[in-house]
Design a protein around this ligand. Structure first.
Ligand code: AMP
Length: 473
């Protein structure tokens, strides 16, 4: 089947509960890696995937795994049937959220195992039985050594970010883990790059794998990129300040939702900017008028959602501002492709909150360099450190199938993403003299926890991933 045949999720023979979960997650169409990987994994093949975070890779393996495990449910088994190994707590967190969303939808039980939290709740979960385990290698080996986990029934193994696992010195741990599980299994191997030792490992453990490589075109070199680490509720005031200070031409601003686009355009209008929104709730005529007005210079600013902006072609956009981070690296490249066209220079500014870090890293990999973190001099960031976000999983890192009760505060959230590790300096909350009136923060408050030092991407002991509930020890 060519990937062109897979342009909707409905084309995959996935359990209807998974189809419903996909809709509920708000996924319109499969990303390229999902188009290619889902049918192959469903057919039981091994996969060698060269792809990075931000491509939709997690759902690309979690959806078919959930389908396969649900379709071949083994009664009475308490031993895990699927193991997903990830190098960092952040990634394990993210995978855990996908596991809760999609595995939970078909009644699968899961747990995420990594250091920094007591083993006892993990032992308890394992004793009661789980189907899917997401783990960082070190903590998993602790459980193996203590015989609190039995890997002899693993049917599907996923190695995620294998190159990072290798960089962090996990390869011996991974090999030890492999020795505890059956050779007769399906293995999905994902890596962003293929250095020699990773190639060797993949050759050793994959059987007739289907190779999937997701190439991505980097944005034009004429665009300069900058990140502005912010708290969610500072974004509005910050944008107004930025627009006042920055010499801009045509500015295209992206928001995550239609509602946020409309609100933001209203606020900018109230502040005297020549602005229009472009979002899906508008009639075709009004959308056309907004676009023409922007193209012809009647509006300096267009506030748009990804969907509404699809295919728009406006020349000489000086600035693209990601008021909200896009959901994938592809979407970032796509948005930024609106500026820096035809050898003209352009600026791409992205407001980031701590939850956006995994995606930021994915974007930096595509660009091949670290994106500059900037602050606006003299902007009143306030005095309290930013609240750091964390995925809202249960505190012991496990999830419960749909239909079973999970306290509301612990329900997995689609937008839950790990903290912003690479944040170059602490960002303070705004106490602006110009508060936003109608732009509302989209995220609810989360538990506060201290920021990690700049550039530190892994915990002190590399074998321990981040916990869902507490900071690493
Ligand atoms: P990943 O590469 O798995 O880390 O995914 C990056 C982000 O893309 C996550 O926030 C996912 O929820 C989101 N995502 C995955 N698949 C899709 C899709 N088909 N449509 C829109 N967003 C998606």
């Amino acid at each position: 089947m060519s990937s062109a045949d897979n342009e909707s999720f409905a084309s995959f023979p996935l359990d209807r509960r998974l189809q419903a979960a996909i809709t509920q997650a708000g996924y319109d169409k499969p990303t390229p890696i999902q188009q290619q990987a889902i049918p192959v994994v469903l057919e039981g093949h091994d996969v060698l995937g060269i792809a990075q975070t931000g491509t939709g890779k997690t759902a690309a393996f979690m959806l078919p795994i959930a389908h396969r495990l649900a379709a071949t449910a083994v009664r009475g088994t308490r031993n895990p049937r699927c193991l997903i190994l990830a190098p960092t707590r952040e990634l394990a967190d993210q995978i855990g959220v996908a596991g809760a969303t999609f595995g939970g939808a078909v009644g699968l039980r899961g747990v995420a195992l990594y250091g920094g939290m007591s083993k006892r709740p993990q032992d308890e979960k394992l004793r009661r039985g789980v189907d899917i385990v997401v783990a960082c290698p070190g903590r998993l080996l602790d459980h193996v050594d203590e015989r609190t986990i039995d890997l002899s029934a693993i049917e599907i193994l996923v190695l995620d970010e294998a190159d990072q696992m290798c960089d962090m010195g996990f390869l011996p741990d991974v090999r030890r883990i492999l020795s505890h599980m059956p050779k007769d299994r399906q293995t999905l191997f994902f890596s962003a790059t293929m250095p020699n030792d990773i190639r060797t490992l993949s050759d050793q453990i994959l059987r007739n794998p289907v190779s999937i490589e997701i190439g991505r075109s980097a944005p034009a070199a004429t665009v300069s990129h900058a990140l502005y680490p912010l708290r969610e509720n500072s974004k509005g005031a910050f944008l107004l300040e930025m627009l006042d200070r920055e010499a801009t031409g045509k500015v295209l601003i992206f928001t995550r939702t239609k509602r946020r686009a409309r609100h933001l355009a209203e606020v900018l209008d109230q502040r005297g900017h020549r602005v229009s929104a472009l979002q899906g709730n508008m009639t075709q005529n009004r959308r056309q008028a907004a676009l023409e007005g922007f193209r012809e210079g009647r509006y300096d600013i267009l506030v748009a959602t990804d969907l509404a902006a699809r295919g728009i072609d406006v020349s000489r956009i000086s600035h693209v501002i990601n008021y909200d981070m896009p959901s994938t690296v592809e979407a970032y490249t796509h948005r930024i492709g609106r500026t820096g066209r035809a050898e003209l220079t352009g600026e791409a500014f992205t407001f980031t909150t701590p939850e956006d870090e995994p995606l930021v890293r994915g974007i930096e990999r595509v660009l091949g360099s670290r994106i500059e973190r900037r602050t606006l001099p003299d902007f009143d960031y306030g005095s309290t450190p930013p609240r750091q976000g964390r995925p809202a999983m249960q505190r012991d890192g496990n999830w419960t199938p749909r239909g079973q009760s999970v306290p509301a505060a612990n329900q997995p959230r689609r937008d839950s993403r790990p903290r912003h590790e690479g944040q170059s300096r602490p960002v303070q909350p705004v106490q602006s003299s110009r508060p936003l009136q109608s732009a509302r923060p989209a995220q609810t408050a989360r538990p506060a926890s201290p920021a990690r030092p700049a550039g530190q991407t892994s915990p002190a002991r590399p074998s321990e991933g981040r916990t869902f509930g507490r900071r690493p020890r």
